[in-house]
Design a protein around this ligand. Structure first.
Ligand SMILES: [Zn+2]
Ligand SMILES: [Zn+2]
Length: 329
């Protein structure tokens, strides 16, 4: 007659075994619930109860003990109270869960919205960055243009400076040339004056000066050793087989001019002097100009078909020119 509500469908064998060996005490009155009592087991606390201790009426007990399909349940008073409390808690929890889910949904939606906004912001920032880059590129182009302009300006300034430097250099050269010419105006160069056999340089210098004085005397223009300022051999001794040129510096241009005007006398002098050649002391430029003129004069002589004329270079440095002479037969 007793009924076990627990595992009423799934484990009937176990339930029957429990029936035969059951010596359970009533959860309410604490007396044994025997086989011939109307006993019932609570599905939750698994305690056994006398039907009358739980105020179960006979008809209710009959229905419960016959039912095996599992959709009728019985809980003792205590468990019933607890269950209703539990159900309330469960409902409260479900409510809470629902709210939480709603909130989560809202948060998720908000987050999604925010994310969309952030994406939009990022797009805007990207656009702005691209615009800034374009502006920067434009700016750097302008800067490059300015740099190029400055460079070309600097280049032309440098060219101007270079030109100026060249002008200054050529002016300096001209001035140096003028100074050189001026210095050489009182000089003559004597070629083929035999070198002195003295060993001491001072004695050789004395011999050279003596030679010059004697030559001036022989020219018979009234010049003395007092008109001689300086006599110097040009070049290092012992290098050439021929006598080195001798530079004779006069004290005045007048003395030099007298000398140059009386050179025609030299070929008629004694052997010591007659091979001596006296020339102007020229600057390098004057020498080059002279060489050119001499070349030109030679060509003119060659070109003369009549055979009557020779062309020679005459005049002091700076005033040198080609003159035409009748050939001596
Ligand atoms: Zn009881
Ligand atoms: Zn119970």
């Amino acid at each position: 007659m007793a009924t076990s509500r627990k595992n009423s469908i799934t484990d009937t064998k176990k339930s029957q075994k429990q029936k035969s060996e059951r010596k359970e005490k009533c959860g309410k009155c604490n007396n044994l619930v025997l086989e011939d009592h109307k006993g019932i087991e609570c599905e939750i606390c698994e305690k056994w109860f006398h039907a009358e201790c739980e105020d179960l009426e006979s008809a209710e007990y009959e229905v419960l003990s016959r039912h095996t399909k599992g959709f009728l349940h019985w809980y003792c008073h205590i468990c019933n109270d607890e269950t209703s409390k539990l159900m309330k808690t469960v409902y409260a929890m479900q409510e809470k869960q629902f709210k939480t889910e709603m909130e989560l949904h809202k948060i998720s939606k908000d987050t999604s919205d925010k994310f969309t906004r952030v994406e939009d912001d990022l797009l805007t920032i990207k656009k702005e960055l691209s615009q800034m880059n374009q502006k920067l590129e434009a700016t750097s182009k302008t800067e490059k243009d300015i740099e190029t302009q400055i460079e070309s300006k600097l280049g032309s300034v440098a060219a101007d400076v270079e030109q100026l430097n060249k002008a200054v250099d050529s002016a300096k050269l001209l001035a140096a040339e003028e100074q050189d010419k001026e210095n050489r105006r009182c000089n003559v160069i004597l070629y083929r004056v035999p070198e002195s056999s003295q060993t001491a340089a001072e004695e050789r210098a004395v011999d050279d000066k003596r030679f010059c004085t004697q030559l001036l005397t022989r020219l018979n223009m009234g010049l003395t050793d007092e008109d001689i300022k300086k006599v110097v051999r040009l070049g290092k001794k012992g290098q050439a087989t021929e006598p080195r040129p001798l530079l004779l510096q006069f004290g005045s241009r007048l003395a030099k001019n007298y000398t140059m005007e009386s050179l025609y006398k030299i070929p008629h002098m004694e052997s010591k002097f007659k091979n001596v050649i006296v020339a102007h002391d020229m600057t390098k430029k004057e020498r080059d100009d002279c060489k050119e003129l001499v070349q030109e004069a030679k060509q003119k002589t060659l070109d003369d078909r009549s055979g009557e004329w020779v062309f020679v270079v005459r005049g002091p440095p700076g005033q040198m020119r080609i003159i035409q002479k009748r050939r001596n037969h």
